[in-house]
Design a protein. Structure first.
Length: 378
């Protein structure tokens, strides 16, 4: 019976067929006592996190050694986005007070592409500026800089929509997805702190069951924030963990449930299908769940983020994004490309490893960090 809930590991290859019946089939078929969870019914002997059988290597929670948190407000954004800002190099360009001509537009175009803004978004901005320059709208380079800032802000304002916890959904279920190592678990830890501070009661689900260390990592974040974590053993079925966690969070009256999942490559069809299964299993308990499918994207991956999002969106219907590691990259311009291509809300930006370094995504602060208004003494 337990074998039904074991599942292939990432190295089993992208298209390996699932070896057993789906969890939702079993959820429907298995008799359970009221309040008894799916895993209780079929996996009584599965090792749990507390079991001495589970090897728990040192969890990958690097925060205590991390740099100090970014300063509050716009200065924190500016400090942490300075690599992308340097890649853009527009500060140097405008302080030279350049002439308003095609060469200037070419330089801006190159700068935007260098910072990974991508071709479609860059072309749209340059064509807008070219048209307005021809119409003699700009008196000088400072006026053009102002228009460029406004175009950049306008591009990302529609996606700067913070995540709102709908209190009528109890629990409000957040399913976290993304490729390996992008910062999913760390982001959940940061969110747990934030939600708790906002007065929400919450629970975490350790849906990354590939590695015992992944469960322990989430557990550490849970302990640090005083938040309970629902876990089964390593190799448990991720959908079964999600099912258990939602049942438990619902019966205990929690406001929010955040489910972690194992990182997976967007090209691994079998593993991508598993996300659909997690989604369906959650829907068995609450047909409106999950209420947010939060995809975490590593800002350092640049344009590759677009194909990642395309595949995850097709597999599981992404409703919000977190772009992490913007502090360590010159490719932060990918945020504009994501906004233009998908229009999916960007909820948060990760600008460091500390728990405080998860910012609600703010269009003006973001553009201000890349292209300060006061450039060139204007
Ligand atoms: N500099 C920086 N590091 C970050 C940020 N977010 C996450 N990290 C680091 O990225 C590394 C990977 O983070 P995890 O949270 O383990 O990533 P994951 O997506 O859960 O990884 P898997 O579960 O293996 O797929 C850790 O060292 C984090 O500290 C960020 O915004 N800035
Ligand atoms: Mg993880």
């Amino acid at each position: 019976m337990i074998g039904f809930f074991r599942r292939k590991k990432p190295q089993d290859g992208p298209d390996a067929a699932p070896p057993r019946p789906s969890t939702e089939d079993l959820a429907a078929a298995l008799p359970r006592a009221p309040g008894e969870s799916l895993s209780d019914a079929v996996e009584a002997d599965q090792p749990t996190l507390a079991s001495p059988d589970v090897a728990t290597p040192a969890p990958e929670v690097s925060e205590p050694d991390a740099l100090p948190a970014a300063a509050a407000g716009k200065s924190g954004w500016r400090d942490r986005l300075r690599r992308t800002s340097a890649a853009l190099g527009l500060a140097g360009l405008f302080t030279r007070n350049p002439r308003l001509d095609d060469d200037l537009l070419d330089e801006i175009e190159t700068a935007l592409l260098t910072a990974d803004v991508g071709v479609p978004a860059t072309t749209a901005i340059i064509e807008d500026l070219r048209k307005r320059m021809k119409e003699r709208e700009f008196a000088d380079a400072q006026a053009l800089l102002k228009a460029l800032r406004a175009d950049l802000i306008a591009l990302i304002t529609p996606v700067a929509k913070p995540l709102a916890i709908d209190a009528s959904r109890k629990p409000f279920v957040v399913l976290t997805v993304g490729v390996n190592g992008v910062g999913k678990t760390t982001t959940i830890g940061k969110l747990a702190r934030r939600f708790k501070q906002d007065g929400h009661s919450l629970m975490l689900a350790a849906g990354d069951t590939f590695r015992a260390a992944a469960v322990a990592q989430l557990q550490t974040w849970g302990e640090r924030n005083g938040v309970p974590v629902v876990a089964q053993g390593q190799d448990a079925d991720a959908a079964s963990v999600a099912f258990d966690a939602l049942q438990s969070a619902k019966s205990r009256g929690f406001d929010v449930l955040i489910a972690d999942t194992a990182g997976r490559l967007h090209t691994q069809t079998g593993l991508m299908n598993e996300l659909g299964k997690i989604r369906r299993v959650l829907g068995k308990i609450d047909d409106t769940a999950p209420h947010e499918v939060l995809m975490v994207i590593d800002g350092t991956t640049g344009q590759n983020a677009l194909s990642q999002l395309r595949q995850f969106h097709a597999a599981v219907g992404v409703t919000g994004l977190v772009v992490t590691k913007l502090d360590g990259t010159a490719k932060g311009g990918v945020v504009f490309a994501l906004a233009r291509e998908f229009g999916i809300p960007i909820r948060y930006a990760g600008i460091g490893e500390r728990v405080e370094d998860l910012r609600v995504f703010d269009a003006e602060s973001f553009v201000d960090a890349l292209l300060p208004e006061a450039l060139g003494g204007g």
